[in-house]
Design a protein around this ligand. Sequence first.
Ligand code: PMP
Ligand code: GLN
Length: 383
Amino acid sequence: LNRQIANQPVTIFTLMSELARKHNAINLGQGFPDTEGPQDMVQLAADALLDGRNQYAPLTGLPELRAAVAGASARFQNIPVDAESEVVVTSGATEALAASFMALIEPGDEVVLIEPLYDTYLPVVRQLGGIPRLVRLEAPDWALPREALKNAFGPRTKAIVLNTPMNPTGKVFTAEELAFIADLMRQHDTYAICDEVYEHLVFGAPHLSLMALPDMRERCIRIGSAGKSFSFTGWKVGYVTAPAPLAAVVAKAHQNLVFATAPNLQRAVAFGLNKDTAYFTQLAQEMDTKRQILSAGLARVGFGVLPCQGSYFVMADITPLANGLDDMAFSRLLTEQAGVTTIPASAFYDAQSGTPPRNLIRFAFCKREEVLIEAVARLEQWK
Ligand code: PMP
Ligand code: GLN
């Protein structure tokens, strides 16, 4: 057995979703919408199956989806990319991340990662023999600690991973923060893996891509997900844009991981990415309303609700309500006693180094308004 893989715990999302099912709790843990995405996309995907679109798609993706990804890159981020050579369609952003790490990391390479972080980054970096250099953001404002970031870069740095809008903090990186990161990348001649799956889910502050900054076009691998942009997390369609020499290596990693992604879903996502800009702004507006309902409700219950500028998630300080319990024990208690499931935020920190904060939990607000209202009512009744 491969011990590194065998010893990994089952993901916190699976753990908490199973706990939610067992206790019949409202699941505000794992981030998935409880409504369907655009029905015209579902219809197209269904029609494509009946039309006989059931064999392998091309390795880097259907031409129509690669063209749509390139179109969206130019339209929303002003980053023109060549659909032929600079786009790779993947089976979700999860695969895009793994393929990007595989494309860049050799044993001994250092990778700068920002904590709290999404759970798949660290295991894959370590599996490839990469050495994580962690830089921690602190609640409640999650500002970039510039000195610490500067110190994390060195002669062996291969890449930084930048997730904006950020899971689980809801932080959207500012233009100044991105410029500071870009400076370090130029100085140390490094790449960036830009996890931008929540690019369309921002609530005021604009989403800015590192790849749009001067000289960054050649250094960035930018990742998106149809799961988040169209509320189809089960489809697992993601996409990578990168300069041609990098995209070619990501495609080689992809050929060994899955080779190709379901063609009917690719066709539907191509149609989705070509939707009017109004679709994307409306998605963000609807999500913002949900955020406001949940944030206000949690504050009434007595949580210390943290600001959130983007993503599906809001963080809450449990200190006023937890009676000294840590985030994991408190999350279990909320599921069992209040019937509401959350994610303990310590899961987003490296278990092998440092001490994570134990006073924060993450709530997903990508749910129907009546579900959020019921969750708050349950919490009010419990406390
Ligand atoms: N990155 C981040 C920050 C995420 O939150 C998620 C999913 N929640 C992913 C990547 C994975 O996306 P996908 O479901 O498209 O694989
Ligand atoms: N990305 C989702 C979240 O943060 C979970 C995805 C998963 O369960 N793998 O909640």
